[in-house]
Ligand binder design. Structure first.
Ligand code: ZN
Length: 449
């Protein structure tokens, strides 16, 4: 029992840390560029150190150009008495991200062209951006919009700057020995939206910290950057290295109250997909399976024709699928640190599956080896039927199962992942048994990748 109790305590500890981070980072106004992103990355890097880097505005990256840096100090719509009706300081979603500065008084009829609401979800403030078209605007709940006095003249004020500066991103490369490298990416450009994608950047950091503690077989490139332009600029800057990436994950929307989901890589049955399926199966967790779709996140760029990196995404309440997506209702009441930790464990399991995916060759290929004289066969006959025997006997029986599958399938070609799929046995159990069989000189590793 002890390992389970300590594991539970560990999960509780991580949950507390995740909760603190969610609360600390939620109010910060993030965008493609600017001090909000810098502050967020600095805060995250206290938990797991990574390099914070800058790419200057104006840098051409393939078909795109890094935009001017956007910063905002204040913004509001006030009535003629000076009362702030819509206030950026109360909720940063109130301002269209990348709004140009403005200071003007105008009639409602003119102002309404710059107001964005969501009649279908009347209490929610929508999330809107205008990164590449110089514009300005305010977002507010439809309820508030309806109550605005149509005869009033409104004061509109946005204290923002759009100036040459830079785009900030974070990077950390963990080196393994196999020569194979995977990408773990998250986007950090969303303002006060909890599931999409504050939850993702917190999970990304927890995962980085966890993998830093381990001796790794593969390399993992952790990238945290603004969506689209961040991914594209990173690809441009690291073209050679990115061309060699074997696959990866885009971490987003991981702490909602809804179902777990998995968006497949563009290949659908890549190693990444298989490692994820086994993570769900072996942890006994159900999930909604989403086929690849070009609409989504940065997989469009990482998997573009030149790079073709298969990228998968494990979600809890997938983006697009939940009603509060890209609205002010995707807040800290919507997400739970506990859900975030559950998804964290799934990502970790998927990565562990990649780590454990070794190929073995049987050193007794002519027939099944005699297990009894090696002490590998259950000491008493007669209970090798599923469901029979004491827990200890059951363990021996399932280990016998694992031994038989491993000795049968290990032809130097079939990976452990394939054996786990074929046998229905947990990959971790197979791995542990295979370690034992190596000590008994019954198996040897043929393929270290
Ligand atoms: Zn989004």
């Amino acid at each position: 029992m002890t390992p389970d109790i300590s594991k539970e305590m560990l999960d509780k500890e991580i949950e507390k840390e995740a909760d603190v981070l969610l609360h600390t980072l939620f109010p910060i106004c993030r965008s493609l560029t600017g001090d909000g992103v810098r502050k967020t990355l600095r805060e995250l890097s206290k938990m797991a150190n990574f390099a914070i880097k800058e790419i200057p505005s104006g840098t051409v990256c393939y078909d795109w150009t890094v935009p001017p840096e956007w910063n905002i100090r204040d913004a509001y719509i006030a009535d003629s008495k000076g009362k702030r009706l819509v206030d950026f300081k109360k909720n940063n979603l109130h301002v269209v991200s990348y709004s140009a500065p403005i200071s003007k008084t105008m009639a409602f009829d003119e102002l309404k062209k710059y107001l964005y609401t969501l009649p279908a979800l009347p209490q929610a403030i929508p999330y809107r951006t205008s990164y590449y078209k110089k514009d300005w605007g305010f977002c507010l709940s439809y309820e508030q919009y309806k109550m605005m006095d149509r005869q009033e003249r409104y004061r509109v004020y946005i204290a923002s700057t759009l100036e040459p500066g830079s785009m900030t991103y974070g990077e950390c490369i963990l080196r393994g020995t196999s020569g194979k490298e995977f990408l773990v990416s998250a986007y950090c450009c969303h303002p006060s939206l909890a599931n999409d994608n504050l939850s993702g950047i917190v999970l990304w950091t927890l995962l980085l910290r966890e993998l830093k503690k381990r001796k790794l077989r593969h390399s993992y490139r952790f990238l945290i950057a603004p969506e689209t332009i961040g991914a594209i600029a990173y690809l441009r800057k690291n073209e050679k290295a990115m061309k060699k990436i074997a696959g990866g994950f885009i971490i987003t929307s991981v702490a909602g109250p809804g179902k777990f989901g998995y968006k497949h890589t563009f290949l659908g049955d890549h190693l990444i997909d298989r490692a994820v399926h086994l993570a769900f199966r072996d942890r006994g967790v159900d999930y909604v399976s989403y086929p690849f779709d070009v609409a989504g996140s940065d997989e469009r760029h990482f998997s573009a024709p030149y790079f073709r990196i298969p990228m998968g995404t494990i979600c809890k309440d997938k983006y697009y699928e939940y009603d509060y997506y890209h609205t002010s209702l995707d807040d800290l009441r919507f997400v739970r640190a506990r859900y975030l930790v559950e998804t964290f464990q799934l990502y970790l399991s998927a990565i562990e599956n990649l780590e454990m995916n070794v190929t073995y060759k049987s050193l007794s290929p002519y027939s099944e080896p005699q297990l009894g004289r090696r002490g590998l066969y259950p000491p008493l006959g007669g209970f090798q039927k599923t469901g029979a025997g004491t827990p200890r006997e059951q363990k021996i029986v399932s280990e016998l199962d694992a031994i038989r599958w491993l000795m049968f399938m290990s032809d130097g070609e079939t990976s452990l992942l394939a054996i786990a799929e074929r046998s229905g046995l947990p990959l971790r159990d197979l791995y542990q048994t295979a370690e034992k069989l190596q000590k008994h000189k019954l198996l040897k590793i043929t393929n270290k990748t």
